[in-house]
Design a protein around this ligand. Sequence first.
Ligand code: ACO
Length: 323
Amino acid sequence: MAIKLKGTGRALPDRVVTNEELVALVDTSDEWIRERTGIGSRHVSTGETVADLAVAAAKKALEDAGATGDEVELILVASCSSEMALPCVACQVQSAIGAHKAVAFDLNAACSGFLFAMHTADAYMASGIYHNALVIGAEVLSKIVNWEDRGTCILFGDGAGAAYFAKDPESQTPLPYVQRSDGTKGQVLACGQHAHKNAFYEGEDNLQYVTMDGREVFRFATRQVPEAILELLGKTALEPDDIDCYVLHQANRRIIESIAKRLQVDIAKFPSNVERVGNTSSASIPILLDELRKEGRIKPGMKVVLSGFGAGLTYGACLLELS
Ligand code: ACO
């Protein structure tokens, strides 16, 4: 494989919001939230921006890899909740870590964003254009969530995760990947951003929050993700049980359990932090990856499947062999 994982890092806001605290805001209960989602608490920004969290996670990933900012050639940030339209978050990271020679840009594929950014980095490295990449997922979803909507505000959390990859000089082979997008299902999970007003058009103030058809998201994730993983493994000589660890997007526990069941793989191979972190969209995979590496639960020699799924709709999976 053309890329090697060299280091990871994560950053979460200090403020932890429990389910009990949400009971004061909306008509819900700790029991309902835990039973339907597996979530017990989440970290919520009290001022930290997407860029603040991305920079903090990036610095930790570089430190973990023993690398410095001036070595970095490519910075990709996946996010759907940046406070700033311009400059992009990746350029803010570039400046903060002194990565003066890095090319930096953002991409948005919602909860699949980290995976899609990683694939982009892999393609650049396999083709020899860049020799390393810092890939980051960072979100402050708490500001695009409607805190009066019990169907969505209970699900999400804020945070960032980063991974530093370096090209394997011995290999030009890209990672095995499956990536899919289905724009016809865009309204299943949506969020408007800016009021549509300009010098020639004065519409209603249409500032919007996240809206979601939860059941449709559930159906989509539990059907498409196992299929994508099986398609991925079909590109290798591996069976689902040959994989040491499945690092899935942490949307909710019931989705993860259902995917494990469909793949007929022991749930123990599907670690989860959704109970403590909630759904952090593009940040969820690298946050969990970092936790697992730092806890020694994933190690060199292991085969790890990463899989993301979310708004767009978008989804995908890749196989990472740790060295
Ligand atoms: N507390 C109490 N009751 C609630 C809450 C809440 N927080 N939210 C909804 N309800 C109520 C509904 O109003 C409804 O009441 P009614 O029967 O009187 O109308 C009842 O619970 C059932 O509502 P459903 O939406 O049918 O509940 P469901 O069992 O489908 O659970 C959930 C909802 C948890 C959102 C589920 O559909 C799900 O897990 N979907 C996946 C969504 C997801 O993970 N999204 C993450 C973002 S997308 C991504 O990351 C890929």
